[in-house]
Design a protein around this ligand. Structure first.
Ligand SMILES: [Zn+2]
Length: 113
């Protein structure tokens, strides 16, 4: 949870900067599956760190992005299963993680917009 807390603390900085004094209703974030982040914990931490600040009550919506890999040998792209970095088509292990490691604040919903 310490991890989620520090993420929320840095998110506050980003949200404040983007909101530039405007009232924020909802913050949308996109979290890759490979990130060691539990969405519910993130939402809980968000409510803790925003408590008694101007961001108190702002809803955090977390979108989970499944991990996806691409095989360098055959070009096959697919979901990463059970953390096995092996191509399911040719069994090659020269695979790259192409999705699932992101952490992005995708949008802010502002009041009265
Ligand atoms: Zn392959």
């Amino acid at each position: 949870m310490v991890h989620e807390l520090s993420i929320c603390n840095s998110m506050i900085g980003i949200v404040r900067e983007h909101a530039a004094g405007r009232e924020v209703r909802t913050v949308h974030v996109r979290v890759g599956e490979m990130r060691q982040i539990v969405p519910d914990t993130l939402v809980y931490c968000w409510s803790l760190v925003t408590e008694q600040s101007e961001l108190e009550g702002v809803e955090l919506r977390v979108e989970r992005i499944p991990a996806k890999i691409r095989c360098a040998s055959c070009g096959h792209e697919g979901a990463l299963r059970e953390l096995a970095f092996v191509c399911t088509t040719c069994s090659g292990n020269a695979v790259d993680l192409i999705e699932g490691d992101e952490f992005l604040i995708t949008s802010l919903e502002l009041a009265g917009v």
